[in-house]
Design a protein around this ligand. Structure first.
Ligand code: FHN
Length: 413
């Protein structure tokens, strides 16, 4: 897929970034069993509304999120300005169901955007098109008045978010469907017209593909699925089970898995948007903090293999993941084999190799079937998660073709 120069220009920071923080925070953080609790529990509007007066994020909550994102090696963050529950974390002229009119009486989006700018990371805003508080969301075929009021709120609020908070780097739409039915939102939201207005206000903004138009990035969810080369994409994923805070989650993904997802995304020129669901006061829970800090430590040593990565034209391996940048090729070992590693079908002159986790040089030799053999490495993996070998080739290496798929049997591939 060829994209125009303007698109390439707009996407540059995104490709450099590779790793971002998703922040699901709202009234749902208080009952603490996920961001869909209002619907799943069928909590009536007046009962759910009472939560707004208990919405009391700590004064430094936004700064805490952004500092934690930086410590994790993340280069941007996306905050739920308004999730499906309809509660705005900002000062909306179209709703008093907000953190400014209720609870803490503060504009959390303003605090978040300011913290991003002061800490030097890019600011994204998540906005749910749909809003459970409108009966027309559920009865969209019959309660047209309510459905149209919900759509009007959507357009008005997106425009006020794009107008009142300075430069916004990423607009992350969600909740495109109606009555929880797949593509029922088709032709309802006028995403094309809305995004034309958004781009007039924010000419450099990146917009995702969840308002009924393709826009700039694909958004696979809870999976790392590569888009075709040239099309930017971003996999979003939870650390625990759900996106909003859950008090007793016992299925937090291991750091090794999260790093593997990040490197896998980087290998396909995609981004990884890893989610935190802050506790009621805005604090990121210890289990999520622990994983974020571990990932940050790994990226401090091996980040060159991820940031601004490009896909490598080399044979995929069950032992690790290939990534590339302008100067080097990286083999990110996910399954350590001991002091020696042999990778086949590699055309290109390898000049030198370094094991980033130790800084030590790796000996190189060649075998049949295009095998590049790394040796002289530690018997046990120096890094507990992923050990990255940085290789300098005379020219970009390429996967050796196999016109005769059986040739390797006789060492003739
Ligand atoms: O329903 C939402 C969900 O709560 C969460 O916000 C995710 C994040 O991408 N999006 C929707 C589910 O696809």
């Amino acid at each position: 897929m060829q994209m125009n120069a303007q698109y390439q220009q707009r996407m540059q920071w995104f490709h450099r970034a590779r790793f971002g923080m998703f922040i699901h925070y709202g009234l749902f953080s208080i009952p603490a069993h996920g961001e869909w609790s209002m619907f799943h529990d069928r909590v009536p509007l007046d009962e759910y509304d009472a939560l707004a007066d208990r919405f009391l994020p700590a004064p430094d909550a936004a700064r805490h999120w952004v500092k934690m994102a930086k410590a994790a090696g993340m280069k941007y963050a996306v905050l739920t300005a308004r999730h499906h529950e309809g509660f705005c974390l900002y000062d909306s002229a179209y709703s008093r169901f907000s953190s400014v009119h209720r609870g803490c009486g503060r504009d959390i989006v303003a605090e978040f955007v300011a913290a991003c700018r002061e800490e030097g990371i890019r600011a994204g805003l998540y906005y749910s098109l749909m809003d459970w508080r409108f009966p027309g969301y559920f009865n969209y075929k019959t309660d047209l008045k309510s459905a149209q009021a919900m759509k009007r709120q959507c357009h008005d609020q997106v425009i006020e978010l794009m107008s009142n908070y300075g430069k916004i780097d990423l607009l992350w739409y969600d909740g495109y469907w109606l009555n929880h039915e797949g593509n029922s939102g088709d032709g309802f939201w006028d995403g094309e017209a809305l995004n034309a207005r958004v781009r007039a206000l924010q000419p450099d903004i990146i917009i995702n593909n969840r308002a009924g138009t393709q826009e700039d990035i694909d958004t696979p969810e809870q999976v790392v699925r590569h888009s075709e080369r040239g099309r930017a994409w971003e996999s979003c994923m939870t650390i625990g089970d759900l996106w909003g805070y859950t008090r007793h989650c016992n299925t937090y993904k291991p750091t090794a898995f999260l790093l593997r997802h990040l490197v896998d995304a980087a290998s396909g020129e995609g981004n990884f948007l890893l989610n935190v669901g802050p506790m009621p006061d805005g604090t990121i829970c210890p289990a999520e903090q622990e994983r974020l800090l571990s990932m940050g430590r790994w990226l401090k040593v091996n980040g060159a293999a991820v940031y601004d990565s490009r896909a490598a034209n080399l044979l995929p391996s069950p032992l690790g993941i290939w990534t590339q940048d302008e100067h080097y090729t990286y083999f990110n070992v996910t399954l350590w084999c001991g002091s020696t590693l042999s990778l086949p079908l590699i055309d290109g002159e390898a000049l030198e190799a370094t094991l980033l986790s130790t800084g030590g040089q790796v000996e190189l030799s060649r075998g049949t079937n295009g095998r590049l053999i790394f040796s002289g490495m530690p018997e046990d993996p120096p890094d507990p998660y992923i050990n990255t070998i940085r290789i300098r080739f005379a020219q970009k290496p390429a996967r050796r073709p196999e016109p005769d798929p059986a040739a390797w049997l006789l060492g003739k591939a």
